[in-house]
Design a protein. Structure first.
Length: 545
């Protein structure tokens, strides 16, 4: 038994806001809070005096494993060269920066106090690869979202108006890929990319099927609802990265009515103007919608000035970014399922468009009133690597610091965003919500993101400091499943994390329904396709319904 004592506890899911409380841990779980068992003395006491105690961080959207992450690793030797991580007595070697190797990914997340991370986009055919790498990633718990918004079967059943088959297929695919949630990227648009095309409107018919992005979104949202999945549909909207795309984002939200939806990296979809010349923020309009509609959550995809590697299943957008920048590009087509692209990118403070993008992410976090529905991400490594989370926390908590950075951006940023006028500063309680409590709740992970009795003993202890960036960069201790894995910002023990997946209600007839098509169209055999028997040595099924 272990006791964390004398810390200032921030546990929003249990309404604890900076109170001094002792936390008792045994067998990887929290067994008591406040008053511990009177008849026993702890074997180990962790002194948290002068420190803030929070649940381990929960990242709702990051790219850490699978095919396109690997394309990123392969195409960016220059990214790794300057960030070689030697082995220590307890950790293995690797490389870091925007697309770190699996070991470094796990260590670096843990070293920031993050203990659960979701891989946001897995092509079904690549799921086995994703799981192999998730297994390989130390310390953190994880899960993956399966790409479905351009899937042949979803589109075929939808064209025939067979919603029951869409639902049954979604259930089958989640099981077959051992995944956690439905991911939708540029619905219909990535399918059109197979013909060099895209969609520009949610009511545009796609090339291969007589369906529209709106129909895809609604059908998958209904499937999500009917299957009782723990996390809502996770949507990367159409027209990502395009000036004026806030209208598409609002249309997407309106199309879904009051059904649950998570909009991911919303910064990239809150753009105004008609071209790059008059590019401006429309974050206030997105925030206004979100404030009025409780069915919506979003994560931000906050831009960090510096190096990034963009990687997304939005194949047509990546080609466009390659043309805009002249940077190297890899396109990856995944049979009948999805397609991806990878392009390195540098966000520059003196570039007006980049500086406006930076401001938009902050505006979203500061203008959306309910911290339970807006989450901190950099869409790692798309808008910047996750290692900059402490820096972003400082931007949210310190208006003077924010103004200082804003002052070093081009002057026009102040005309095209409202960031300068926003006075709000986040509290530690709110930071705990947007980085762990809120994300765990949105994901439906009941034992994560809080410090109540029964929760997983994933605990981050940060030394109090007037500089939030310093404080959140270097936790005094991080506990994962009750074991001390980080001390003074350094990994002192490497443990193995587990993978979460869902087990939705299943109808056997769908297997016969799709088998024939698999044999006809896929280049792999039916027998090789499902990863139902994938090697998942440590996993936990999260209940549906
Ligand atoms: Zn993403």
């Amino acid at each position: 038994m272990l006791k964390v004592t004398n810390g200032e506890v921030y546990d929003p899911l249990n309404g604890v806001n900076g109170e001094k409380l002792d936390i008792w841990v045994e067998d990887g779980k929290i067994i008591a809070v406040g008053k511990g068992p009177s008849d026993r003395t702890p074997d180990e006491v962790i002194d948290a005096s002068g420190a803030v105690v929070m649940p381990g961080g929960v990242d709702i959207h990051s790219h850490i494993a699978g095919s396109k992450v690997n394309i990123g690793r392969k195409m960016r030797p220059e990214d790794h060269r300057g960030d070689v991580v030697p082995k220590t007595e307890v950790t293995r070697s690797g490389v870091g920066y925007t697309v770190p190797s699996t070991f470094v990914t796990g260590y670096r997340y843990a070293a920031l106090g993050y203990t659960t991370v979701m891989e946001a986009a897995t092509p079904p055919l690549g799921a086995r690869h994703t799981h192999d790498e998730l297994n390989d990633t130390p310390i953190i718990d994880k899960g993956c979202f399966t790409l479905m918004g351009n899937n042949y079967f979803v589109l075929k059943f939808l064209e025939r108006g067979e919603q029951d088959k869409v639902r049954a297929f979604v259930s089958w695919l989640l099981r077959a890929t051992r995944a956690y949630a439905i991911k939708i990227v540029n619905p219909g648009g990535t399918d059109c990319w197979k013909w060099g095309k895209n969609v520009e409107d949610i009511d545009e018919r796609i090339v291969d099927f007589d369906v529209t992005p709106r129909q895809i979104l609604v059908a998958l949202a209904k499937a999500h609802r009917d299957l009782g999945l723990p996390h809502s549909i996770h949507v990367h909207c159409n027209n990502l990265g395009v000036p004026g795309n806030y209208k598409t984002t609002l249309q997407t939200l309106e199309a879904l009515g009051d059904m649950k939806v998570h909009i991911t990296h919303a910064q990239f979809n809150s753009y105004g103007g008609t071209s790059w010349a008059d590019f401006r923020s429309e974050a206030p309009k997105i925030a206004e919608y979100v404030n009025a509609h409780k069915n919506v959550t979003l994560d931000v995809g906050q831009v960090v000035f510096g190096e990034a590697t963009t990687m997304t299943a939005d194949g047509p957008w990546q080609y466009r970014l390659h043309q805009l920048t002249g940077n190297k590009w890899v396109g990856s087509d995944v049979e009948m399922e999805t397609g991806a692209g990878v392009v390195p990118y540098t966000f520059r403070k003196r570039n007006l468009v980049n500086a406006i993008q930076w401001a938009i992410g902050l505006e979203l976090m500061l203008l959306i009133e309910d911290p339970w529905r807006v989450f901190l991400t950099t869409d790692h490594p798309n808008a910047g690597p996750f290692i900059f989370y402490p820096h972003i926390i400082k931007l949210l908590m310190d208006k003077d610091f924010r103004d200082e950075v804003l002052a070093s951006c081009p002057k026009k940023v102040r005309e095209r965003t409202v960031l300068a006028e926003i006075k709000r500063e986040y509290s530690l309680y709110e930071i705990a919500i947007i980085t762990r409590a809120g994300t765990a709740k949105a994901l439906g992970l009941k034992d994560k993101g809080h410090l109540g009795v029964g929760a997983d003993a994933d605990i981050a202890i940060y030394p109090k400091d007037s500089d939030p960036e310093k404080m959140f960069s270097c936790p005094r201790y991080v506990l994962k499943g009750g074991e001390v894995v980080v001390k003074d910002g350094k990994v002192v023990k490497s443990v193995e994390g587990k993978t979460f997946y869902v087990d939705p209600p299943h109808e056997d007839w769908i297997e016969d329904e799709i088998k024939e098509d698999f044999e006809r169209y896929y280049t792999v055999s039916w027998a090789n396709y499902p990863v139902q028997n994938a090697y998942l040595p440590r996993s936990e099924v999260v209940k549906c319904g």
